[in-house]
Design a binder for this molecule. Structure first.
Ligand code: ASP
Ligand code: MG
Length: 615
């Protein structure tokens, strides 16, 4: 007998018939010998309606009252679902977040869960009742029992958190789509259903805008090892399993806020190849990385920085033993790629740097918590470590640094993030690479290296010219953004270096969500004046396309396939950034959808079955 948490979204409880279908499914699960906790959203578009109502009364509704209002939607559905179960002869009881004891932060409209009392739920389960819990809501710790909500779409998070707290066997998310798809089927009709995906892959995809799951729900599933399945409410099809490796033991206190970093990883065996002043036109990255792939050279990080004039810098890292091979490819291809203008420039086209190391913080929800990356940069600055390259993703932030700084960097990061050295792992100071990452294969069937492709049309790019290249700069810059809770993605420093009053400077570019862009630009302009940085340039007409897949680790040619697909369709790549399981390219906004489609096809992700999704 299993304990199962079943969550039903708004559409799944959108009408009397649908609620009856939900009740039937719950009864069937009980008859099969299980205990069930049901979590529901508000019926249909109820929450949207309530938001609209609030804005008809006030331009800027009070957030406490907003929570009071929005939480009513779920209170309606729990009572109705409970009644439907009772009609079918199934004992059931509905509970609000307050009645359960879902305790959250006092942050109205976006509260994170701190802990969940399980005593009352367990008591009712022991009486053979189905417990129907209101999703999306909680209460504060205060004596006043203030009602909070978790943020739109938050009932997924309620469900997975309940599953973690109750140590349920698994959590089922019932929705109006058949599961998790390789991409957005409204843009790519050939999108295909996956039967399984890792929580790390899902975290990347969710933060890139795959809307089936609330990203915070995936974080909790990953952190507590809750097996999660996304299924259609209308069928008995198996849906998509989101699987996680066995997590480190973790307390259920401060459930959503404790410990976003659970590991420090490092790799000292790296070298960097940079190509300066390559022409800014379609096909350049494809040629370079196509040749690199043909030579079977596995590249780790790749960046292509924003263009100054009409040339770009491209840099990539490889393991030291294959540096010579990688360098040879770059040198051979450089004259072919060289633009007219660059020919007159004395600076070398290919630069190689040995003795670099990559240090990473690993965890979940890094981009969503801008303070985490900022803390990493500040820690490195305090240790006097200069950062040469940065790679960001939802599950990892990596910095390329000088090898000589590596021990110091690791030691200070371990202290800052309170990471204990795992048994059997080399202690800091030992020159050995650790790849303690959590990408364990789960299924006996090999997955394709790329699982999903995502398009983010809601990003803008900011570039700051002539920022001093010395320890503490990234800390200052991204610390400032973090203070204003602005999340940053795709951070790229130019490889080219300009001397300004005897100090080396580089350009730094990064993407932020478009709604934050103007505020960020203003703030950075002020900072630029204060610190002597150059111009702060904003470009909002961009699109970001990304591929995600744990199988791309250690597999040459994945980047090349992506760049080649873009090149064949004459789509210019403006920026490239990679992390271990993700490669992102910035392209012009109007080419975003096309880019998504051609990349999806290039990786053979298209299926013949067309998947219906509601608008
Ligand atoms: N009813 C809430 C919303 O519409 C929570 C949810 O559906 O997950 O955002
Ligand atoms: Mg939802």
């Amino acid at each position: 007998m299993a304990l199962i948490v079943q969550k039903y979204g708004g559409t799944s409880v959108g009408s009397v018939e649908r609620i009856q279908a939900v009740a039937q499914r719950v009864c069937k699960t009980i008859k099969a010998g299980n205990s069930v906790v049901v979590v529901v959203s508000a019926m249909g578009k109820t929450t949207d309606g309530l938001v609209k109502l609030a804005y008809e009364i006030s331009k800027n509704p009070n957030s406490r009252e907003m929570d009071m209002l929005l939480s009513t939607g779920e209170q309606v559905s729990i009572a109705i679902v409970s009644m439907a179960l009772q009609e079918f002869g199934q004992p059931a009881i509905s509970l609000t977040g307050a009645q359960v004891g879902i305790v959250t932060e006092a942050e109205h409209t976006r509260a994170r869960i701190l802990h969940i009392e399980t005593e009352r739920i367990k008591r009712h389960l022991n009486q053979n009742k189905v417990v129907v819990v209101a999703g999306f809501q909680g209460i504060t710790r205060t004596e006043e029992l203030e009602i909070t909500t978790l943020g739109r779409g938050g009932s997924d998070t309620s469900a997975v958190a309940l599953a973690a707290a109750l140590r349920a066997d698994f959590c089922e998310i019932y929705t109006d789509v058949p599961g998790i798809l390789t991409t957005d089927p409204r843009l790519v009709p050939e999108a295909q259903l996956m039967d399984e995906i890792t929580s790390n892959e899902m975290l990347e995809l969710a933060s890139l805008g795959a809307k089936v799951l609330h990203p915070r729900a995936v974080e909790i599933a990953r952190n507590y090892g809750v097996p999660l399945v996304v299924r259609s409410s209308w069928t008995d099809d198996p849906g998509t399993w989101v699987v996680s490796p066995q997590p480190r033991p973790r307390s259920l206190v401060d459930l959503e806020i404790a410990r976003s970093v659970d590991d420090i990883e490092f790799d000292i065996n790296q070298a960097k190849v940079s190509m300066l002043r390559v022409p800014d036109k379609p096909g350049v990255a494809a040629r370079l990385f196509g040749e690199i792939a043909r030579q079977d050279v596995d590249v780790d990080l790749i960046i292509q920085s924003i263009h100054e004039g009409n040339t770009n810098d491209i840099a990539f890292t490889v393991m030291t033993p294959i540096l010579k091979k990688a360098e040879a490819v770059a040198v051979a291809i450089a004259p072919v790629l060289r633009s007219q203008k660059a020919a007159e420039n004395e600076e070398a086209e290919v630069m190689v740097q040995q003795n670099i190391a990559k240090v990473s913080i690993a965890g979940a929800g890094m981009i969503g918590r801008p303070g985490v990356a900022a803390k990493m940069f500040a820690t490195l600055a305090e240790a006097g470590v200069n950062i040469q390259m940065i790679s960001t993703s939802e599950i990892k932030v990596s910095c390329v640094i000088d090898n000589a700084d590596c021990d110091r960097a690791i030691a200070s990061l371990r202290t800052a993030f309170e990471i204990e050295v795992k048994e059997g792992e080399p202690d800091q100071g030992v020159k050995s690479s650790s790849s303690s990452s959590s990408f364990v294969p789960f299924s006996p069937f090999p997955h394709p290296p790329v699982r999903g492709v995502a398009l983010d049309m809601k990003q803008a790019r900011l570039a700051i010219r002539q920022v001093q290249d010395r320890p503490g700069t990234a800390a200052k810059l991204f610390g400032l953004l973090a203070q204003h809770n602005i999340s940053v993605d795709m951070i790229i420093q130019s490889q080219r270096c300009h001397m300004m009053n005897g100090i080396p400077t580089r350009d730094i570019a990064f993407t932020v969500t478009r709604i934050d862009a103007q505020a960020a630009q203003k703030m950075l302009q002020q900072a630029a004046a204060e610190y002597g940085w150059g111009e702060v340039v904003l470009d909002s007409a961009i699109a970001k396309v990304s591929i995600v897949g744990a199988g791309m680790v250690g597999q040459p040619g994945i980047a090349a396939t992506m760049f080649e697909a873009l090149s064949q369709h004459q789509i210019n790549i403006q920026m490239i950034a990679t992390s271990e399981i993700k490669i992102s390219c910035v392209v012009a906004q109007e080419e975003g959808v096309k880019a998504l489609q051609v990349i999806h096809t290039a990786f053979g992700l298209a299926g013949s079955q067309s998947i219906q999704v509601p608008a």
